[in-house]
Ligand binder design. Structure first.
Ligand SMILES: [Zn+2]
Length: 365
């Protein structure tokens, strides 16, 4: 596969290459170079950047968008939260359809992969597999199950389950009171929600997870501990704001060398759009020192890939060719004086004109 005439933001620092070409072989980036070559797919006017990775979702709750507005985290999602009542009243087909819609929405907005905290043990995991159908799981097998004979959605789901053996999932996604589910031998990802209430982070740190999600209210010592233990942090600032728990100190975490990724959290609370998350966290950051736009974009590409163990998130040789092509001349993006800032603050899903996953175009608008 050859793509010509495109611009690229390549490497970990998103350097701009104008009018270059890209060679993809066996799903991976083989070559990226400047200059025109003949043949191939003409991507004139488009800007190629790494496809996005959403590092924390709860797709299962897509059937009840905005159902918990104004409630606290406990009232909404706690052990006696309204969420469980909503599930009792919902039809399985409704839950399934809503999950599928969210997965399709994410793919169309340029998200190649997402890490989902999945409840309900093996049955919960299978419901997500069914909603997407045919997705690759961690062992590389294809699920034969399609959702209502609709084609599979080629987005990659990293299923972090609970309440069943880790073997059924890509890893575990746990609350602080479920840490006894962590197996003695660690072969898969362990992610823990912590930091929406006081004391949770200390509990999470005691089990040395790969990922702490939220990390909203850390102490100085906890920030130092996460840096020392090389634990990745996934922040979900819109969800934290909506539930009134505070805003994670993202700039401080980055300055401590912590690998920080970004998630959109529960679809009850937020649309699973990373573009919306980008603008929110970026603008909020200027109440203090500000976070440069490149750092924001890295949270959903390079850093996310590192946190989740994916060989993608950056345009460079040997990486999986998971790429998006933006219409940089769209009225809402053109005439900018800072390309990265314009991408982070102004991109809409409709600006994503093509999505390439593992070297194949899967979305073309
Ligand atoms: Zn969550």
């Amino acid at each position: 596969m050859l793509v010509v005439n495109s611009s690229f933001l390549f490497g970990k620092n998103f350097e701009l290459l104008e009018e270059g070409h890209l060679v993809v072989e066996r799903g991976r980036i083989k070559e990226i170079n400047d200059g025109f070559v003949t043949g191939g797919i003409d991507a004139k006017g488009l800007l190629c950047i790494p496809a996005l990775i959403n590092s924390h979702t709860h797709l299962g709750d897509s059937f009840a968008k905005e159902a918990v507005l104004g409630l606290s985290a406990g009232e909404a999602m706690g052990s006696r939260g309204i969420k469980w009542e909503l599930y009792q009243k919902a039809k399985r087909s409704e839950v399934l359809r809503a999950m599928r819609n969210s997965a399709m929405y994410m793919l169309n907005s340029g998200i190649a992969a997402f890490a989902d905290f999945r409840e309900g043990g093996i049955n919960g995991a299978n419901l997500l597999r069914k909603a997407i159908g045919g997705i690759e799981n961690s062992s590389g097998r294809n699920s034969a199950v399609n959702s209502q004979s609709e084609p599979p959605i080629p987005i990659r789901a990293i299923i972090l389950g609970r309440d069943d053996s880790i073997e059924n999932f890509d890893g575990l996604g746990l609350n602080p009171w479920q840490l006894d589910q962590i197996p003695a031998e660690r072969t898969k990802l362990i992610a823990v929600h912590a930091g929406e209430s006081a004391g949770e982070i200390a509990d999470a740190l005691s089990v040395n997870p790969d990922i702490i999600v939220h990390f909203t209210l850390p102490t100085k010592e906890e920030i130092a501990a996460v840096a020392r233990k090389k634990i990745s942090v996934v922040v979900c600032p819109r969800a934290n704001a909506l539930l009134g728990v505070g805003i994670p100190p993202v700039r401080e975490l980055i300055d401590h060398g912590i690998n920080v990724a970004l998630g959109t959290d529960n679809v009850m609370l937020n649309s699973p759009s990373l573009w919306r998350e980008f603008e929110f966290i970026s603008k909020l950051s200027y109440l203090e020192k500000g976070i440069p736009p490149g750092d924001i974009l890295r949270m959903a590409t390079v850093n996310a890939a590192r946190a989740l163990g994916l060989n993608s998130g950056v345009i460079s040789r040997g990486k999986e060719a998971n790429l998006i092509f933006l219409d940089r001349n769209a009225p809402n993006l053109r005439n900018n004086r800072n390309l990265l800032a314009a991408i982070v603050h102004r991109t809409e899903s409709e600006n994503v004109r093509k999505v390439m996953l593992r070297g194949k175009f899967v979305v073309e608008k």
